[in-house]
Write a protein that binds this ligand. Sequence first.
Ligand code: GLC
Length: 797
Amino acid sequence: MIINTELEQKGNQFPNEIKSVRQEVDTLYFTTQNNVILELTVLRDSVIRFRYGTRGILEDDFSYAIDPENHVGYNHLELSENKNFYIVTTAKLIIKIEKISLQSKILDREGNLINEDEIGFHYEESFTLGGNIVKMSKRSHPGEAFYGMGDKPVHLNLRGKRVTNWATDSYAFGKDTDPIYKSVPFYIGLKEKHAYGIFFDNTFKSSFDFCHERLDVTSFWAPGGEMNYYFLYGPGMSEVVQNYTHLTGKPELPPLWTLGFQQCKWSYYPESTVKGIAQKFRDLKIPCDGIYLDIDYMDGFRCFTWNKEYFPDPKRMVKELLDDGFKTIVIIDPGIKIDPEYWVYNEALENDYFCKRADGPDMVGKVWPGECAFPDYTNPEVREWWADLFKELVHDIGVRGVWNDMNEPAVMEVPGKTFPDDVRHDYDGHPCSHRKAHNIYGTQMARATYEGVKRYVYPKRPLVITRSAYSGAQRYTSSWTGDNVATWEHLWIANNQVQRMCLSGMSFTGTDIGGFAEQPTGELFVRWIQLGVFHPFCRVHSSGHHGDQEPWSFDDEVTNITRKFIEMRYTLLPYLYTAFYEYATEGIPMLKPLVYYDQDDVHTHYRTDEFIFGNHILVCPILEPNSKGRRMYLARGRWYDYWNNEVVEGGRELWVDADFDTIPIFVKEGAIIPRYPVQQYVGEKKIEELKLDVYYAEDTIESRVYEDARDGYDYKKGRYSLRNFKLTGKAKDLSIQQFKTGTFETEYEAIKLNLIGLPFRIKKITVDNVAYDLNNLDKEDKILKLPKDFSVVHMIG
Ligand code: GLC
């Protein structure tokens, strides 16, 4: 045990000797002489919850973050003791709780120490506000690396950093600005070859120190609430992230069009401008599926109203846009204009739905409309009311998605840019101050919006986008990274943030492509598009103050390269949708930082630029002006250069040429990549056949293709099509087996194989054991057309 008199003098209190232990099914209660309780729950063999109470009391157990549908269940739970420790053993972990200190050590079943308390839990009484300042410190090891934590614009590996979670409106934030919009108190530690995660489920302003203050200590703390964290074991980072995402929830599948390209600006108005932008996309043949209306569509920035001068007949406009493939998405902010003539304000006022100051008056603050009041979305009745407000927008007018902004919540012209701490919230029947509800406010707004949009867009699927979020928000909403800047540094930040969000359970994220503040050069815009088309959410947005930011706003070369990359995204839609399916069902991040992809290769631990898009495509953006290429690290294994199909050996740094119209892209050998034809919007064309790019490997590799009706909920009743392909390559032999599940009939009848890198000339082919006429091969000996549900195709040289 560590006796820290200095800390003690600073007012810290520590648990002392354990006096009793009690077990209730999956939960153990350890109580110390000085009445500290550790409640330890085994949720799964590799997911353990640690919760501490002082004065012999645990708080009411309530969390917005934990998915009520998360499955718990373990194979083994045993409590034993020796002289110094109580020992909890599960099928995956051994947890030792020291008798004299309540400190814990966590080992895997082979006895490797994965994580251990330094001081462990300690606390200070908060004399001014009540409750405790709760703290935890853990030992950290040389070379241990740290990842996760949501949208932090800092180096991907957090070692050496200290960060804080307090949702903040951060216009034109920069590298290392902290905190910004989101709060995800979850990190992944990678110690030697073992990855584990810690999710500190506390919505107060929490802080994390990753060996910043002391080289060998990682700590986290919050000025209120409980020390309540989940330990999630790997040993793979993939298992840690999946465990975390199971715990905090996965999204439903979005409609496929939301993975298409989206165009936004502050603001497109009046109607003729919106129509003009849409027409220009079609004229220039640049695919686009979504067009956004920012705050100026409203009447005086009043939510749920329209400026009838700019948009005299929104229903007609929305329909006409939709006839041309454009879905309309509108912004909705939390600030409700204080205006006795405004029905939304009056309804909320009459029903007492606004947040209040501690002494009674409504919380009043300035946002776009001037003085506003703010619905308390932590009240379920308010959420229900809010959800119903979407009837007109979504059901009557036909809007398909809603964009929630300013929900940190942002307040203008006040210090702190948000509510004062004393503001009261319902917190679903656990009344509290803003100190506790602040970080969750945006998520509860997005949740209420999601419920409304979903209700009224039914039987189609909703789209919600949010700026602020807390852990678990991914169950309801996609997100974007807020008000970035049109600079090269921000392109690096964009790449870093989306990878980090993917590790933090929130894959459906994108950045304002080109930068929100200031104006990008054509070159920067192109380099950003080249990255952005590989982000799960792909939207151009700008403040509009410095000029236009449409694909044609620069010059023809920019327009052409932009089209080329957006077209690439559209051809890869089945691949991207499959990645979303794996995220939605298994919690697998849609982008994988290199360290996630190959954590045993220490070269990946500090890489930031390269990432894996889906499972098989490695992308490395160009992040500097005037580049003709760049140095990069190619992950271990053999890869095909996407542009020329040359095989490149990974596990090393290399120079890759990348003129203005390309970026380094590599496909893992053995991959089968599905492609659709280019469409101007999702569903424009009937898909006549599914093309599969087959990258030969002398190995056995699996790939999947998920498809369904692209919208609606029939997929939940089994009406989907999941093709599992198993490629087996030998020196003179390549076979592909297909195992299909689901009852959805795709509209195409044929699958076309595009064989890449085959090292032999084909002499014989059989499809489901029947000889295939070699005359059907194309000149380059490459393309085969097969019935879509073939079981096995066998090519022999
Ligand atoms: C905020 C948003 C931005 C939006 C603007 C006007 O700055 O982050 O995306 O365009 O408000 O609504």
